[in-house]
Design a protein around this ligand. Structure first.
Ligand code: CA
Length: 385
């Protein structure tokens, strides 16, 4: 079996209302879908992380740099091809877009292996530790409204009514605004629902530490990306000063990047982004590192149906750690803010929110590979490049 072609599709869906986080507001949702074809008629699908116009840069890297490296080779040779791609690009970038691009191709290769063998990805990863994947609802992005506190409170209440028992909200405006927003959400949902806050690296340790103490008082489950991802020493300062678990890692890449984050114990929860860090092949190394240092992984998820399906397989296959009669379960990050690509890119939608409403959890897809067939009507409708 040989790879014959690599194609990319940038999908963009305009939003009715801009959404924001601590770094920017955005008005469109973007996904870069990767399709790898073979001489046996089987093709695999992947996706590369990278918001907005970053997708255009990743598209060029995949089509101009990576495609010539993989075409003609055996798609089952994921280790060989990963190292060929990385060696081909290392001198020009060991983090960021080159790795996001490798990730998209790598995930498509795993999908090919699954489709060729008739096996779902979780089986290729060594089996599933759980049948029921419990998601946390990621919502409460900034909006340009007069009363954001009331808006967040309403949205959080709505998510609890939909069956979610864990929520994540954005912070990172100013510490005073953050505390007001978190208080409003906490009051709306009560003390029982788990609540997490994501600052998207808006602060220095000197600001994040006193803010973290306020968040502790409000009973937060974790404090996400308090500071800049490259400031490993700062992470150690923040984590040492606070009791609240510190989460991070969505801007980290490869085993060598995660070596720093993990071995220096910068975080309590590793948020590995499979579509960024180097795909499934590299994720397995990061998982080995994380369990070696005793730090749990809760994957970061941001993308189309492809990203959600991939995460369901991976969360199912995460080992119970540290293992117990009633082990702590990893969560699925589930974005609940408007994005038609999250459900419609799959021909058979995953219906994750409907599953949560019906049963309180999401089931793992059982089809071969990722279990996702692309919906060509959706592609035609949203493809911009
Ligand atoms: Ca985040």
């Amino acid at each position: 079996m040989k790879i014959t072609d690599v194609k990319t599709m940038i999908l963009q869906a305009p939003l009715e209302q801009e959404l924001g986080f601590s770094q920017a507001y955005f008005g469109t949702r973007t996904s870069l879908i990767v399709q790898v074809s073979t001489d046996e008629g089987i093709s695999g699908v992947g996706e590369s992380f990278g918001a907005g116009n970053v997708a255009y840069a990743n598209q060029a890297i995949i089509e101009r740099v990576l495609k010539p490296i993989v075409v003609g080779h055996d798609p089952f040779a994921v280790e060989v091809l990963w190292h060929k791609m990385y060696n081909g690009i290392r001198d020009h970038g060991q983090k960021g877009m080159p790795l996001q691009s490798i990730s998209g191709v790598d995930v498509a290769l795993w999908d090919i292996i699954g489709k060729t063998t008739g096996q779902p990805l979780y089986r290729l990863l060594g089996g599933k530790f759980r049948e029921q994947i419990v998601p946390y609802a990621y919502g409460m992005l900034f909006r340009r409204v007069p009363d954001l506190e009331a808006d967040f409170a309403r949205e959080a209440e709505g998510l609890v009514k939909k069956g979610f028992r864990a929520l994540k909200m954005k912070i990172g405006m100013t510490p005073a605004d953050d505390v007001r927003l978190v208080k409003a959400v906490r009051e709306a949902i009560g003390p029982e629902v788990r609540l997490m806050a994501d600052a998207n690296h808006a602060y220095t340790p000197q600001v994040a530490i006193p803010l973290g103490r306020r968040l502790e008082e409000l009973g937060l489950y974790w404090f996400e990306e308090p500071i800049a991802p490259e400031d490993y020493e700062g992470y150690i300062e923040v984590k040492s000063a606070l009791d609240i678990p510190i989460a991070g890692g969505e801007c980290e890449y490869t085993r060598w990047g995660f070596r720093e984050l993990i071995s220096r114990r910068c975080v309590d929860i590793v948020q590995a982004e499979l579509l960024g860090l180097g795909g499934v092949t590299e994720f397995r190394k990061v998982l080995a590192l994380a369990t070696t240092w005793g730090i749990p992984i809760i994957p970061h998820v941001w993308g189309s149906s492809v990203a959600v399906a991939l995460s369901l397989h991976v969360v199912a296959a995460l080992p119970d750690y540290p293992g117990a009669l009633i082990p702590v379960q990893p969560l699925l990050e589930l974005d609940t803010t408007p994005n038609p690509l999250r459900e419609q890119v799959a021909k058979e939608p995953l219906c994750v929110e409907a599953q949560v409403a019906r049963q309180g959890f999401v089931s793992v897809p059982e089809g071969p590979g990722l279990g996702v067939e692309l919906d060509h009507d959706t592609i035609r409708r949203y493809q911009v490049a």
